[in-house]
Design a protein around this ligand. Structure first.
Ligand SMILES: [Zn+2]
Length: 384
């Protein structure tokens, strides 16, 4: 036990709405489970983004979508006051030189644990609901073979000898996503590739949705928001790909498992399938890792290094190759920041080697600025 434990328990037992009140945050309005409004740091989002700042009391967290800041009550104090953790702790739990008496300490601990338990229950319920949604989507979808999904992949230069049962199609699928001022709404309906994300036991826990252009076969849809905008607040195009469910630790299984012991994994479906369609190691198992965060898992924090490349081995939910994989190849796209990308991939390979002693790992790089699928198509530039 450290001297600060009593104060930590105390700080963590304070409901986040009380923390907000203490910080003078007011004028928030209810939107479902969240309380939304102007950000205490960056201000009012105007008519377009009246809910850029939100507190979720059930989860005990806040987020500012403009400041890209979020976290628990202690983080909220640091965010609003611009102070460090120590000062935030003093703000919420006072200065204390001596440990409180044991009865008071255990009362505080119980209160903090109660708060944490409530938040965990809520998170578990949300996760279960998201998984239920994902399975419903999955079960209503039809095989992608011979549909706009096959045309889309062909447009990306991908022709498969055997259609993966994990790739399905829905012709009129809702693009369901948060939109400022309106909450989670259907932006539009349209043709969509539905890919199963399966956990290590093979259960579908999420679906990866790629919205297809209804007018131009073989192309991803250019997503337009309900207010007609084609880009988000930061000027980035809205994503044509969305995940619904719980993807952590899962993968999209694009080819059958076999006993070669060799697995090739990229982030996306198209990148992963590119070497296969080019005839490279057609004997390997090809799975897509969905995104870098999932492939790398949580990394250890090393002072001074932004990206340690060392896996946090406490992360029990992180993706791991299945038993029988002895050689693991990660495809590194050239179109994302090379340093953070490499660190995440290294973290994933090191975690895999830790759990499967003797496993060999490689990172194969696409050319700078292009992903492997671009190279396959010999396109002059990435149209992602
Ligand atoms: Zn803000």
């Amino acid at each position: 036990m450290t001297r600060d434990d009593g104060r930590r328990y105390l700080a963590k037992s304070i409901p986040i709405m009380d923390v907000a009140h203490r910080l003078g945050i007011s004028g928030l309005s209810r939107a479902g489970v969240e309380h939304v409004g102007a950000c205490p740091v960056c201000g009012d989002g105007g008519k377009r983004h009246p809910d850029r700042f939100a507190i979720n009391p059930a989860r005990g967290v806040y987020i500012c979508r403009q400041c890209s800041s979020g976290g628990d009550g202690l983080a909220l104090v640091q965010f609003v006051m611009g102070c460090d953790f120590k000062a935030a702790l003093s703000y919420l739990a006072g200065e204390e030189d001596v440990q409180p008496d044991p009865a008071e300490l255990s009362r505080r601990r119980a209160a903090a644990e109660e708060q944490a338990r409530k938040q965990a229950d809520y998170a578990a319920q949300s996760r279960a609901r998201a998984i239920r949604d994902a399975r419903e989507i999955w079960h209503t979808a039809q095989s992608g073979a011979g549909t706009a999904v096959e045309a889309y992949l062909a447009g990306r230069g991908i022709r498969l000898p055997e259609w993966p049962p994990t790739l399905r199609y829905l012709p009129h699928h809702p693009y369901r996503k948060y939109f400022a001022g309106r909450g989670v709404v259907d932006w539009f309906h349209g043709p969509c590739m539905i890919a199963a994300i399966q956990d290590r036991n093979g259960r579908v826990t999420a679906v990866h949705q790629t919205f297809l252009d209804p007018d131009r076969p073989g192309r991803k849809r250019l997503v337009v928001a309900p207010d007609g905008s084609a880009v988000d607040e930061k000027g980035k195009p809205w994503p044509a790909k969305l995940v619904r469910g719980s993807k952590k630790g899962g993968a999209i299984r694009l080819t059958r498992f076999n006993d070669t012991g060799l697995m090739i994994m990229g982030e996306g479906i198209e990148t992963t399938l590119s070497p296969l369609t080019a005839g490279i190691r057609t004997d390997a198992v090809y799975w897509a890792g969905v995104d870098l965060g999932n492939m790398g898992g949580i990394m250890e924090k090393t002072p001074g290094a932004r990206w340690s490349g060392q896996p946090d081995l406490q992360d029990g939910d992180a993706w791991l190759p299945p038993d029988g994989i002895t050689r693991l190849v990660f495809i590194q796209d050239g179109d994302s920041d090379p340093n953070s990308t490499r660190a995440k991939l290294l973290s994933g390979l090191r975690r895999a080697a830790h759990h499967h002693p003797g496993l060999q790992g490689w990172i194969v790089k696409a050319e700078q600025g292009r992903d492997l699928n671009d190279m396959l198509r010999k396109a002059p530039e990435n149209d992602e």
